[in-house]
Design a binder for this molecule. Structure first.
Ligand SMILES: *Cc1c(COP(=O)(O)O)cnc(C)c1O
Length: 488
């Protein structure tokens, strides 16, 4: 299996690259992304063969069918990371919340958000490749909350990798901040930035573009890679749990093999949804992928009107901050798949130059063959959380955006899987508010919700409040470069 580029080839980079090359240096010609030139076939035989498979067995077979250039033993070691999830025999449990609606809980890993599903095995593989090549890599991440902890956790004490993580001081929940500043590892650096997430991200971008920073990296013989979802090494692991959810419905005798289902995906950078799209394209019986957003609903406009327009928008902070995103990176991979490289380049250049683009009617229809979309505001999400808490199910605000899409968008009476992307414990003040007691800090909210709704707080979350703070650096933007150079 080879990887090609969403905006075509510039004549400098190779015409196609292997999986390992695509994940070590994920930036493609003209600022594009790498995509696979073919997908494995998830036909009925494949699905039936795996009806009783362990998650790791399914994953190994899938990855081998994909034909990635990673040794079987390395893949197996990487997949062992799922053994540390709550239930080693089923890392992604499926809970029924309505007669025809099931929640696939993607948050049972070490940092309690779905980022672990991909970053855990990906971190092992990237470090292994770096060791085999005798190269050193720096991963830089700017985080609004979930990516930072998951990136630090997966790479801590891994050979040949250093991680620097920037977070906006005051811009994350207490739990998210503690997950980063208490993370112990010789190869990790965590820097709080005075400013909001945009400042943090812009600082990172200008640092990565600066000449002396690049020289300094060269001098230390360090290459740059990325651990966000522009890296296909994350996307590949995000195809597998969609297959698993489908098989789980068959195992639980809720559907017959071959019966179609809906998926509802709470989306930001569209990595989770892209995984669902590839699963559907490879043959998994999915009727449609329903995309849910908060009021930063640029994806709703894209899928319902074919418009992607940044010029009429400013980012709004919501109670589902992991979806407070306007430039959604994986949309590009969908457009490549449907409209080809030439058109994708044109559309993405329009977005960069004019801040917007418009699909043709025909293109919009093609997009809507696989997707539909809607959004929920904070008040609607709080109502959903309160309502399901009364029925005995506690969900986080990102998951809550899905319920509106589930209620509004289904044309057919098919079984539906909703993806839960974070545990409520990461957003406990919002959950306490939704349950009628607005508590401002995480410690109080965790305790109250846990007692009031009779749900456990996992030991890894409780332990955060007692762990020593290791990373105490909080700086103005101007001093980040100096901190980074000291770290290198
Ligand atoms: C990252 C994240 C999302 C968005 O996922 P994408 O793959 O970027 O669309 C949704 N919810 C939570 C809790 C997340 O951490």
């Amino acid at each position: 299996m080879q990887f090609i580029e969403t905006r075509g080839n510039d004549g400098q980079k190779p015409q196609s690259v292997s999986f390992s090359e695509a994940i070590l240096s994920p930036s493609a010609s003209f600022g594009g992304l790498y995509v696979p030139n073919a997908l494995p076939n998830l036909d009925k035989d494949f699905l039936e063969n795996h009806l009783l498979s362990h998650y790791k067995v399914l994953a190994l077979d899938f990855l081998q069918k994909f034909g990635i250039d990673i040794e079987r033993e390395t893949i197996q070691e990487a997949l062992k990371r799922y053994d540390a999830f709550d239930n080693a025999s089923n890392p992604v449990p499926l809970s029924q919340i309505e007669e025809d609606c099931f929640v696939a809980e993607l948050y049972h890993g070490p940092t309690r958000a779905f980022k672990d599903m991909a970053l855990q095995p990906f971190g092992y593989i990237l470090s292994k490749l770096a060791q085999q090549k005798g190269e050193n890599y720096l991963i830089m991440a700017a985080t609004s909350g979930d990516t930072g902890p998951a990136t630090l956790e997966t790479f801590k004490n891994q050979a040949n990798i250093k991680v620097a993580c920037l977070y906006p001081e005051g811009g994350t929940s207490d739990v998210q901040r503690l997950q980063m500043v208490t993370e112990d590892g010789k190869n990790l650096k965590v820097i709080g930035v005075k400013g909001d997430f945009d400042d943090t991200q812009n600082t990172l971008k200008s640092l990565l573009a600066s000449g002396d920073f690049k020289n300094e990296l060269k001098h230390h013989n360090i290459k740059l890679s990325a651990a966000n979802s522009v890296n296909f090494g994350r996307i590949i692991f995000q195809i597998i749990y969609h297959i698993h959810s489908y098989l789980e419905l068959v195992r639980q005798e809720k559907i017959q093999m071959g019966e179609k289902i809906y998926l509802v995906v709470p989306s930001g950078n569209f990595g989770n949804a892209l995984g669902a799209y590839y699963a559907k394209k490879a043959g998994l019986p999915i009727e449609k992928i329903l995309i849910s957003s908060n009021i930063n609903n640029i994806l709703t406009d894209w899928i319902t009107k074919g418009v992607y327009d940044l010029t009429v928008r400013t980012l709004i902070h919501t109670e589902s901050p992991a979806m407070d995103i306007l430039k959604s990176s994986n949309v590009e991979r969908i457009m490549f798949d449907k409209f080809g490289a030439k058109r994708t380049k044109e559309l993405m250049e329009n977005l960069e130059k004019e801040g917007k683009y418009q699909l043709t009617q025909n293109e919009l229809e093609k997009l809507r063959e696989d997707f539909d979309a809607s959004f929920s505001d904070d008040a609607a999400c709080e109502a959903v959380i309160g309502n399901y808490a009364q029925k005995g199910y506690i969900m986080d605000p990102h998951t809550a955006t899905c319920i509106g899409a589930y209620e509004k968008l289904r044309d057919k009476k098919l079984k539906t899987v909703v993806y839960s992307t974070a545990e409520w414990t990461k957003f406990s003040p919002t959950v306490s508010k939704a349950l009628g007691n607005e508590l401002k800090n995480d410690i109080e909210a965790l305790k109250w919700v846990s007692e009031h709704a009779n749900v456990a707080v996992p030991p890894v979350i409780n332990a955060l409040f007692k762990k020593p703070i290791i990373h105490t650096v909080v700086v103005e933007k101007e001093f980040i470069k100096k901190e980074m150079l000291d770290f290198l």
